[in-house]
Write a protein that binds this ligand. Structure first.
Ligand code: NAD
Ligand code: UDP
Length: 315
């Protein structure tokens, strides 16, 4: 049994990770400042004696003794990370420094939840780990993209300079139960709009693409990456390579919910990447990992979750 710290553990991905680590027989310390996370996501874990919750902001130092750290703390949806962009950069950069400092002191292995956003609006398709990206350093997405890029830099400098054991994952768009219903991400937006019978808001013409990974597949990849030998540092792409236009996604959601919502078109946000698809050869070779849940199956599970949530909120 290991003692494992999960920052951002009350968020969408973090709560699934805490659950998985407990199932594997580990002890979990979940740290969160509840900016976008919620107690609802982890309430079912609070009775477990091997689960501990600490309200804490990772931009401040933290003193705990653990074997492994998963650093997930950071708002992930454009609406949330643009709400307080200075705090977003601080969370990525100061948060990384604090967690890397902790890992260094206690000699813990540390995993970083990096992102496909480090590739920006990519000129190379699909994106491999060797691509350095095309990122606007001064735009409205930069607090997130550049914050995450700087965090990667810090991880690799702590690795080279202080021999910290690092594992950097570049996560592509992931969806599933426990996404925040108002976080503005495309899957949650479309499902909630369809279930409420509201208009489905496509930004731009809907020809931009994303590749959507179901949360259970992704979490399996996290654990496999953490379990690799010390010479495996990443960065390593984790995502589902099946690529869809946003228009196709809207049509799938309408079909699977049976909703009569109308599709409407709104302005495309600044710097919105036109295409995104992971090359996952490295994950397949090194981790023997690949996603197994395809879009309709994952969407059905997510629709079930939001249906229940909306009914509960109506009560
Ligand atoms: P989320 O917003 O649900 O989770 C983030 C969690 O971090 C929340 O619980 C939030 O309260 C917490 N948090 C934010 N700032 C904090 C701070 N300063 N101190 C402590 N806790 C803080 O988002 P998510 O989708 O679960 O994303 C988790 C991580 O994975 C993020 O780092 C995100 O950048 C990364 N990621 C996610 C995706 C995706 O598609 N879901 C894709 C790429 C990368
Ligand atoms: N999007 C959309 N309608 C929405 C929300 C998002 O058309 O209601 C688009 C958005 O412009 C982007 C894509 O869907 O092109 C994915 O957006 P999301 O915020 O989920 O993730 P990211 O842009 O960070 O990949």
């Amino acid at each position: 049994m290991k003692r494992i710290l999960v920052t951002g553990g009350a968020g969408f991905l973090g709560s699934h990770l805490c659950e998985k680590l407990l199932e594997m027989g580990h002890e979990v310390i979940c740290v969160d400042n509840f900016f976008t996370g919620s107690k609802r996501n982890i309430v079912h874990l609070l009775q477990n004696p091997y689960f501990e919750l600490i309200r804490h902001d990772v931009t401040f130092p933290l003193f705990v003794e653990v074997d492994e750290i998963y650093n997930l703390a950071c708002p992930a949806s454009p609406v949330h990370y643009q709400f307080d962009p200075v705090q977003t950069t601080k969370t990525s950069v100061h948060g990384a420094i604090n967690m890397l400092g902790l890992a260094k002191r206690i000699k813990a292995k540390i995993f970083q939840a990096s992102t496909s956003e480090v590739y920006g609006d990519p000129e190379v398709h699909p994106q491999s780990e060797s691509y350095w990206g095309k990122v606007n350093p001064i735009g409205i997405r930069s607090c997130y993209d550049e914050g995450k890029r700087c965090a990667e830099t810090l991880f690799f400098d702590y690795f080279r300079q202080h021999s910290v054991k690092i594992k950097v994952a570049r996560i592509f768009n992931t969806y599933g139960p426990r996404m925040h219903p108002d976080d503005g991400r495309v899957v949650s937006n479309f499902i909630v709009q369809a279930l409420k019978g509201e208009d489905i808001t496509i930004y731009g013409e809907g020809q931009q693409t994303r590749s959507f990974c179901y949360v259970d597949d992704l979490i399996g990849g996290f654990v496999k990456l953490m379990d690799t030998d010390d010479d495996v540092t990443g960065p390593i792409n984790l995502g589902n390579p099946n690529e869809f236009t946003i228009r196709q996604l809207a049509e799938r959601v309408l079909d699977l919910t049976g909703s009569s919502s109308k599709i409407i078109y709104e302005k495309l946000p600044q710097d919105d990447p036109k295409q995104r698809q992971p090359n996952i050869d490295m994950a397949t070779d090194i981790l023997a990992w690949q996603p197994s849940i395809q879009l309709d199956e994952g969407l059905n599970k997510t629709i079930g979750y939001f249906d229940l949530l909306l009914r509960e909120n109506e009560k």
